[in-house]
Every structure is written in structure tokens, then in C-alpha cells.
Design a protein around this ligand. Structure first.
Ligand SMILES: Cc1cc2nc3c(=O)[nH]c(=O)nc-3n(C[C@H](O)[C@H](O)[C@H](O)COP(=O)(O)O)c2cc1C
Length: 190
């Protein structure tokens, strides 16, 4: 059987970022679960906002008319059986970098559904405040829940916790283990 391909999208722009560190743990988990992991730092890419021109709806085969760093990611999404979204909490929800990516998945829509339809999805969040409520992490979780329900993706699990300074999450062994377990679970899902 071919290994399941899991795309891990990290929407922090900073080096040694906490969400990136957890995402790397998820990569280890994916590999341990027999999957193939592809980590992409979307927070560093040039991804323009969806301009709502609807050209993708008029001509689905042509796809999105915006030519930027999103182009190769459409194919990566098609090829993946699972996707892990890792994002810092910015202003009480997911980062703008993550939202730009999600908006642009609008361009994939045909009789089979959307870009994430039928895929297994994991979510990783880091934030400064003391818990998922005070930080606004709940708003990001709720968005991912709604997105998955709408496009009929399977939300496998979410891992989230407090870490502020770049790299601080390395001291949280429990959280690192949870991220690893999430990767493993997404890779092993049937
Ligand atoms: C623009 C900006 C907005 C932020 N907003 C929040 C927030 O609303 N709630 C919170 O708990 N932390 C907030 N933070 C802190 C980050 O979520 C926290 O430092 C996180 O660990 C960063 O993840 P990273 O290391 O993966 O970049 C904010 C940080 C930045 C730069």
C-alpha cells in the first residue's frame, strides 16, 4: 500500500517559531505512522488574498488566476490524504498568513467538493495567553471546525498550548508529545 501523504502547513513567519516546532514533531509522528510528510512554511510565502473574481468558478480547470506561491500548493493539496494546519494565534484567531491560504483554497471546487473534502485534518495552535479561551485560540479552533464541517473534511484532532518567546515550546514535553501523536494519528487514519 502506498504511504499516505500528509501536508503540514505552518503559518508562522518567524524562525524557531513555536507552531513550527510542534509541526516538526507532527512530521516525526507522520513518519512513525507510516506516512509521507511534506512541511511547507506558508507563513514565509507570497500568497495574495482571494480577489473574489470567481474566474475559478467559471473555468474550474484553469484554477486560480492569481499567479503566486499558492500555485504549487494546489497540486500538493490534491495529492495529500491529510493536512495539518499549524498557526500562531494572532489577535484572537488564526494568523493572517493562514487565513490567506485558506481563502485561496476557494479556487478548488468541482463535483468532488473542495480542496479539503474527504481529507483528514489536524490543527496545531500556539499562543501567549494562559489558556485556549483567554488567548482566542477557541476562535481559531471554531473556524477550523466550521471549515471542516462545511467541506466535509474529517477533523482528527487539535493540539494547542501556551508558548510565547520563539522556541519556548521546546520546554513543554507534553505538548511536543501531543503534536507527535497528532501526526501519527493523521498518517494512520483510514
Ligand atoms: C501580531 C501578533 C498577535 C498576537 N495575538 C495574540 C493573541 O491574540 N492571543 C495570544 O494569546 N497571543 C497572541 N500573540 C502571541 C503568539 O500567539 C505567540 O507568541 C505564539 O507562540 C507565536 O507562535 P510562533 O512562535 O509559531 O510564531 C500574538 C503575536 C503576534 C506577533
Amino acid at each position: 500500500m502506498k504511504p499516505r501523504r500528509i501536508l503540514i502547513l505552518v503559518a508562522s513567519p518567524r524562525d524557531n517559531g513555536n507552531s513550527t516546532i510542534l509541526a516538526s514533531k507532527a512530521v516525526e509522528g507522520v513518519k512513525a505512522g507510516g506516512g509521507e510528510a511534506d512541511l511547507v512554511r506558508i507563513g514565509r510565502l507570497n500568497i495574495a488574498p482571494c480577489n473574489a473574481c470567481d474566474a475559478c468558478r467559471r473555468n474550474p480547470e484553469a484554477g486560480c488566476v492569481i499567479k503566486d506561491d499558492m500555485e504549487p500548493l494546489y497540486q500538493k493539496l490534491r495529492d495529500a490524504q491529510g493536512v495539518v494546519f499549524a498557526t500562531p494565534v494572532y489577535w484572537f484567531t488564526m494568523s493572517a498568513q493562514m487565513k490567506l491560504f485558506i481563502d485561496r483554497t476557494y479556487a478548488v471546487h468541482d463535483e468532488d467538493g473542495y480542496a479539503l473534502t474527504g481529507k483528514d485534518v489536524g490543527v496545531i495552535l500556539t499562543y501567549e495567553d494562559e489558556d485556549v479561551y483567554a488567548s482566542g485560540g477557541v476562535n481559531a479552533l471554531r473556524s477550523f471546525q466550521d471549515i471542516c464541517a462545511y467541506v466535509k473534511a474529517n477533523l482528527v484532532g487539535a493540539v494547542y498550548g501556551t508558548a510565547n518567546k520563539a522556541g519556548a515550546v521546546r520546554a513543554d514535553a507534553k505538548l511536543l508529545q501531543k503534536a507527535y501523536d497528532l501526526g501519527r494519528k493523521v498518517a494512520a487514519k483510514k
